[in-house]
Write a protein that binds this ligand. Structure first.
Ligand SMILES: *[C@@H]1O[C@H](CO)[C@@H](O)[C@H](O)[C@H]1NC(C)=O
Ligand SMILES: *[C@@H]1O[C@H](CO)[C@@H](O)[C@H](O)[C@H]1NC(C)=O
Length: 141
């Protein structure tokens, strides 16, 4: 029994060492839990998650007008077999119609005329190497 305990302990220590030595930038999230993302820095991963979230939100909504993200309140991410982002954002409706144009064709004026602010919760699942981009949760109030 004692040796089983020792083997288990060794296993835990090995896992801990492996987790501590995963190479990469110091702010790289470790496997396992949710890690807060600094929303003032808007790193590439966060930027991608926000882009996918609002694009899929617009596809799913019945609104005639395109919505944009006007403020990022909170963000966290978790490494799974890809990356999960849990985002709390404020969205706003623009004066840009969905039917006749994509966001890149909207005038600055239309894009900046914001109304109907909402607080939304988005969960985005990204697997960049498989080009997988999925909006798993999409709820606004
Ligand atoms: C987030 O990043 C900004 C800009 O780099 C920095 O000033 C701020 O202290 C950071 N906030 C946290 C909570 O780390
Ligand atoms: C944007 O407008 C141009 C010119 O009217 C058009 O050719 C293009 O397809 C539009 N882009 C999108 C994504 O709708």
């Amino acid at each position: 029994m004692f040796s089983i305990w020792k083997v288990s302990l060794l296993f835990v220590v090995t896992l801990a060492l492996a987790a501590a030595t995963i190479p990469g930038k110091k702010d790289r999230p470790l496997l396992g839990g949710w890690r807060a993302v600094n929303v003032t820095q808007k790193d590439r991963g966060l930027q991608m998650a926000l882009t996918v979230a609002i694009r899929e939100h617009n596809v799913a909504s019945n609104d005639k007008f395109i919505s944009v993200i006007s403020n990022v309140i909170q963000a966290r991410r978790k490494i799974v077999s890809g990356v999960l982002y849990d985002l709390t954002v404020q969205t706003a409706q623009t004066a840009c119609r969905k039917s006749n144009s994509a966001p890149e064709n909207c005038s600055e004026n239309e894009l900046s005329r914001l109304s109907r602010h909402k607080k939304c919760s988005f969960v985005v699942y990204l697997v960049p190497w498989l080009k997988k981009e999925e909006l798993k949760q999409n709820s606004c109030a």
